[in-house]
Ligand binder design. Structure first.
Ligand code: 5GP
Length: 189
């Protein structure tokens, strides 16, 4: 998606530790026109899939998932990062290691919002080592729902997540894949 790549080059800021900050347009301040176009692109890519629900993880995925969901006319459900070990039996629970915060979270989703009848599109802002996406896939599998695919806005292709997810057979569509990133420049695949 050229518009997205241009925006990353113009406004993305590379931070130490292989972190790309895109908080002026994607995950802090949000450019709604751009994210609408991202949603339309996901719709174009998954037009053939019988999606009934969009699944994401808080917090950065939520806005992107919501604008995308308008084009599929389906609900969004987001997995919550839980601090609590007081979980009742009505939730799916998995563990996710945060790439940006370097800690492990319990991630939960209420069982009533994802069932075996659902066809799920997973949406997230970044794919790095794949922990967040693997956690979401785990939840969908526990629900017995069908994974139609995953839509990622920015894949850091030099990290291992993309390869690991593609190996599982899950259909993965990334709108911008960064091939390499140094302290002051990046290139796309
Ligand atoms: P993974 O679980 O694939 O290692 O990392 C994906 C998650 O970490 C995403 O949900 C995203 O919020 C965060 N993340 C990973 N890499 C970056 C990055 O370079 N920049 C930002 N802003 N978030 C990232």
């Amino acid at each position: 998606m050229e518009l997205l790549k241009e925006r990353i080059l113009r406004d993305g800021v590379i931070k130490p530790g292989n972190v790309l900050k895109v908080d002026s347009f994607l995950n802090h301040q949000m450019d709604i026109d751009l994210i609408n176009q991202i949603g339309q692109e996901f719709k174009r890519l998954f037009a053939d899939a019988p999606i009934t629900k969009i699944l994401t993880i808080e917090a950065s995925g939520i806005g992107i998932a919501c604008l995308t969901a308008q084009y599929f006319n389906v609900p969004v459900v987001f997995a919550k990062k839980s601090q609590s070990i007081n979980l009742d039996g009505d939730v799916y629970c998995t563990k996710v290691e945060s790439f940006t915060h370097k800690r492990i979270y319990d991630v939960i989703l209420s069982k009533k919002f994802l069932t075996a009848d659902d066809y799920v599109l997973i949406i997230d802002d970044f794919l790095a080592n794949g922990c967040a996406l693997m956690g979401l896939i785990d939840i969908v599998q526990h629900a017995g729902a069908t994974i139609e695919g995953a839509g990622i806005v920015i894949e850091k292709g030099f990290q291992c997540g993309g390869k690991a997810i593609r190996k599982t057979g899950v259909r993965l569509e990334s709108l911008a894949i960064i091939e390499s990133m140094t302290d002051d420049s990046l290139t796309f695949a």
